[in-house]
Design a protein around this ligand. Structure first.
Ligand code: ADP
Ligand code: MG
Length: 390
């Protein structure tokens, strides 16, 4: 049964999530991309408001002509439960999962703002990048070969296979932007640069490497879609609050996918506003990620994993981070789904050219930022790219 706003109140009473006698209002808040999201606010301020997310058996934005398994809502709810176990601070509380209706109910986050929107309006990142890095670090350590024993990992991998959403990523992030494809589009001033990128053999080999990593590197549980539209930020009781939402693409995959998507979107926001503080926060994200791994490290489940392996593993994650960040940069200016950060500029051309150029450089040579994890070198590369354009 697909919920309509008028049915949500009775549904919440039926699920025991709101007292039968309560009255209140329901509004739809989802921006209608893949799924529907409703918020129910009781008139009695002592009864907490809640949010319901339901996956229809198609992509919400495109309708029944674009079928997509509604199971994704259950994958998302399961991932949120795992996130809540290891990173409760940054994860919305799940109150109910409805396996028959492919819906779940969670904490209402309407007092927060989607990070991309906040950044477009000129907000600073503050602690956001560190919080995201901490969440990725804690969840990935706990679900990696260092944090989870082989049986637990086998169970996690089995229950986290997400082939339909993985196909979406393979097509729209790691495929179409690099070839001529129906839904691609780009600013007319980028035509030459896009063609050059698509023909560059170094880019093609790097892309192939990233596709293979995406398909086969079962490093840890990843969010799978961790861009600035999947983070909500705000202030509660005078303290900054960060919540990571929407892990319907979750799977056991390369950790650099999550860090790369986040970093790329920070870079895009920085290029939009020429904000060097945004760039500096990339180091906050990486350092918080590493700190979470180092915190878990003394309790690792496999004593044969030695300190040398940890150094190698973190290097590998950083390499992947740069690679996935690069494909995300390309996708957001030459693929299907562009970034509003750039599209809402009076002329998206110059900023888009910078983002595309960075993506191309990083794909052609990931060592351009050195061979060791060095987020400051990446920040420097980005900063010089917009100085060069002035
Ligand atoms: P989709 O899978 O369709 O992309 P999202 O999980 O990104 O859905 O949610 C879509 C929008 O709904 C978000 O951008 C946010 O504005 C709003 N939203 C999502 N979860 C909540 C929540 N728990 N409370 C309030 N608003 C939410
Ligand atoms: Mg989504």
């Amino acid at each position: 049964m697909l919920l309509e706003p008028a049915e949500v109140w009775a549904y919440l009473i039926e699920r025991g999530l709101i007292p039968a006698t309560a009255s209140g209002a329901v509004r739809e808040v989802g921006d209608g991309n893949m799924n529907r999201v409703f918020v129910a606010v009781p008139d009695d301020p002592d009864i907490p408001s809640v949010a319901v997310k339901q996956a229809p058996p198609w992509i919400q934005k495109l309708g029944p002509s674009a079928p997509m398994s509604p199971e994704r809502a259950l994958i998302e709810a399961r991932a949120l439960r795992t996130f809540a176990e290891y990173a409760p601070k940054q994860t919305p509380t799940i109150l109910d999962v409805d396996e028959t209706r492919f819906a779940f109910t969670m904490e209402d986050l309407s007092d927060l703002t989607v990070l991309r929107t906040a950044l477009n309006e000129g907000a600073e990142l503050g602690r956001t990048s560190a919080e995201v890095g901490e969440l990725v670090g804690r969840v990935t350590f706990a679900t990696s070969v260092a944090g989870a024993d082989p049986r637990a990992r086998a169970a996690l991998i089995t229950q986290s296979v997400n082939p339909l959403l993985a196909e979406v990523t393979l097509q729209y992030l790691l495929g179409d932007p690099f070839v001529e494809a129906e839904h691609n589009h780009h600013h007319p001033s980028l035509a030459g640069a896009v063609e050059k990128l698509r023909r560059d053999p170094a880019v093609r080999t790097e892309l192939a490497t990233l596709r293979a990593a995406f398909n086969s590197n079962a490093q840890a549980l990843v969010h799978g879609d961790l861009h600035s539209g999947s983070v909500m930020v705000g202030v509660r009781d005078g303290e900054p609050v960060v919540r990571v939402i929407d892990p319907e693409f979750a799977m056991v995959g390369p950790i650099g996918l999550d860090l790369g998507l986040y970093v790329a979107n920070v870079v895009i926001a920085a290029v939009r506003s020429r904000n060097t503080a945004h760039l500096a926060s990339i180091a906050d994200c990486w350092e918080a990620f590493c700190a979470a791994w180092r915190e878990g490290w003394p309790d690792r489940v496999d004593p044969l994993l030695d300190d040398g392996w940890l150094v190698r593993e973190l290097r590998e994650v950083w390499r992947d981070t740069l690679g996935f960040a690069a494909v995300e940069m390309v996708r957001r200016v030459a693929g299907y789904s562009h970034a509003s950060d750039l599209e809402t500029l009076p002329d998206p051309g110059p900023a888009s050219a910078i983002v595309l150029g960075l993506g191309h450089k990083l794909l052609a040579d990931r060592e351009i930022c050195g061979s060791r994890p060095d987020p400051r070198a990446l920040a420097h590369l980005v900063g010089t790219s917009w100085e060069a354009q002035q």
